[in-house]
Ligand binder design. Structure first.
Ligand code: ZN
Length: 398
């Protein structure tokens, strides 16, 4: 049903475009009523769903003027929007090959051809055309945005930085957060290589990122990561801890890093005190959102231990529960053994993806994982935990 309706709409648009062309033409040139016969033929083929024959007839037209060129472009775009990119490319390529085409029409058609390539995944071809056009046309903002999209997909961060700066200088659009993310991407690429030189370069990139956005949470975390890789665990810990103050809503992103750092410092027990201290925070993120607070009073240690084990088994243990669990270990009510250590580890591992989902404030995309760039709308810094975005007065009932 959907296909039938979309096909009908598609045909109506094509036929109207052609009729419009014919009426304009006959209005201005009453004497020479020379409607190209190919137009009527191709219209016939379109109506009978013979798209390739329609395109062949259309492209066989001997001469192309401004009006017919626009109809070519529209027809190609419609095929592209329907997902028939091969046909769109054929139409747009054929038009560009016409020697009689005016420069501005050729530019317009080149943009559409590059969009066809972009849609069909020929990023290098799209890049070539967009790059050339970005220097040729008067207002290249749109073209530059396409190039930015291509470099993001190709993870060509340095080129993306150049383009973002060009966009900023042409349009005054604030690209500082985006550029800051590009530098973070460059830094991350260096950090995974782990050598001293790579870490030094990573640090330079991270500082650049902070130059563009001094509050960049991502860059602040990266500085901790760089110290960690440099085995400067005390400094790493200090930097991770600072996230709990500066960005409490995102502290779950560094919790596991804090644990690893304590492990490397050989002071696991300090991590337990740290987790305990989290429960004292006045507004402790969403960490306590699904806490089951009810504990029976007259319960022996074995039962207590089993009760907690089953909670951890279910994978639903919140950090508050973990904190209480650690308290009980301290009070010798639960044994500090492999079993309890495993519970703690499992809880921390599952914590970030069990408590809530991440949501993009721009397009509503949601996922278990956190992304710096939304995979759906490609906005940067738009994703955070969805539970946190809901106010307490949120009265939606699902
Ligand atoms: Zn989004």
């Amino acid at each position: 049903m959907y296909i039938a309706i979309s096909t009908i709409i598609f045909l109506i648009i094509i036929v109207s475009a052609i009729l419009f062309y014919i009426s304009v033409k006959s209005f201005y040139k009453k004497k020479s009523n020379n409607i190209p016969v190919e137009y009527l033929q191709s219209m016939n083929y379109l109506l009978s769903e013979q798209h390739d024959k329609a395109i062949d007839t259309f492209m066989s037209m001997v001469s192309v003027n401004k009006d017919t060129a626009e109809t070519h472009i529209i027809l190609g775009n419609l095929f592209r929007n329907r997902g028939e990119v091969d046909r769109a490319i054929r139409i747009h390529q054929n038009l560009i090959a016409r020697p009689e085409l005016k420069p501005e029409i050729r530019q317009q058609c080149s943009i559409e051809l590059a969009r066809d390539y972009l849609k069909s995944g020929f990023l290098d071809r799209a890049e070539l055309i967009f790059t050339r056009l970005s220097y040729e046309i008067e207002n290249p903002a749109q073209v530059l945005h396409h190039l930015k999209e291509i470099y993001e997909q190709e993870k060509e961060w340095k080129k993306a930085i150049d383009i973002a700066e060009r966009i900023q200088s042409i349009t005054n659009e604030d690209m500082s957060d985006v550029i800051s993310h590009y530098y973070c991407e460059l830094a991350e690429d260096e950090i995974v290589l782990t050598s001293k030189e790579n870490l030094d370069i990573a640090k330079k990139y991270t500082n650049k990122a902070l130059g563009y956005n001094k509050n960049s949470l991502r860059a602040l975390i990266l500085l901790g990561d760089i110290s960690f890789e440099n085995k400067n665990f005390t400094d790493a810990l200090k930097r991770y801890m600072s996230i709990f103050d500066s960005n409490p809503n995102f502290s779950y992103l560094v919790l596991d890093k804090v644990k690893k750092t304590y492990d490397n410092l050989g002071t696991k027990e300090n991590f337990f005190s740290f987790v305990k201290s989290l429960s004292k925070i006045k507004n402790p993120m969403e960490l306590y959102s699904n806490l089951s607070n009810v504990l029976p009073t007259n319960i022996n240690n074995k039962e207590l231990s089993d009760l907690y084990d089953s909670e951890f088994e279910k994978g639903k243990a919140s950090l508050t529960l973990l904190s209480k669990y650690i308290n009980l270990i301290e009070q010798n009510k639960i044994a500090f053994d492999n079993k309890s250590l495993n519970n703690i580890k499992k809880c921390l591992n599952s914590h970030s993806n069990k408590e809530s989902r991440h949501e993009c404030i721009n397009c509503g995309f949601n996922s278990i994982r956190h992304f710096w760039q939304c995979p759906s709308c490609h906005q940067w810094s738009s994703i955070s935990k969805s539970l946190l975005n809901k106010s307490k007065n949120d009265h939606y009932v699902v």
